[in-house]
Design a protein around this ligand. Sequence first.
Ligand code: FMN
Length: 148
Amino acid sequence: MDTLVIYFSKTGTTKAAALKIAGIKKADLVEIKPEKLYEMSYGKTVLTSIKEIFTKARPALAMEIPNIQKYDRLLIGCPIWCGFVPSVVLTLLDMLDLKGKHAAVFTTSGSTKPMKLAVKLKKLYPEAKWHKPLNANGVTEEEIRNWM
Ligand SMILES: Cc1cc2nc3c(=O)[nH]c(=O)nc-3n(C[C@H](O)[C@H](O)[C@H](O)COP(=O)(O)O)c2cc1C
C-alpha cells in the first residue's frame, strides 16, 4: 500500500513524529508550509488560531500541492491547536481529492487527545475512509507499527 505522510509542525515536535512514522511505514513525506509563517509568541498564535477557526479561514500555502493519485493511504500529522487542527492543514485537505483514500490523523499536543478532532475531520471530509487517530506524543515504534 503506497503511503504518504503529510504534516504541519510549528516547533518541530510533530515533524519528529512524522519522520519516525514515515520511516516505519516506508512512506513519502510532505510538509505543509504556510505562506505567512506563525512566527509569533504562543499567546499570539493561540489568538490567530482561534480567529482562523471561527472565520473558517484557509491560510495560503507556500508549497507545491502534492499529487496524491498513487497513494492509497494518507497519514496526516499536526499539532493540536485550540482543540482542533491548524487551519493551514485544512487549506491543503480542501485541495486534495480524498475520495476513497484511507486516511488517519496523528497529533502532538500538550495533553489533548486526537479523537474529537478526528471525528470533526471525518465530518468535513466524508469522502475519505477515516481510521483511528494516533496520539503521537511520545509514540513508540510498536504503537506506530500496530496503527493503520
Ligand atoms: C496556537 C496553539 C494552540 C494549542 N492548543 C493546544 C490544545 O488545544 N491542546 C493541547 O493539548 N495543546 C495545545 N497546544 C500545544 C501544541 O499542540 C504542542 O506543543 C505541539 O506538540 C506542538 O507541535 P509542533 O512542535 O509540531 O508545532 C497549542 C499550541 C499552540 C501554538
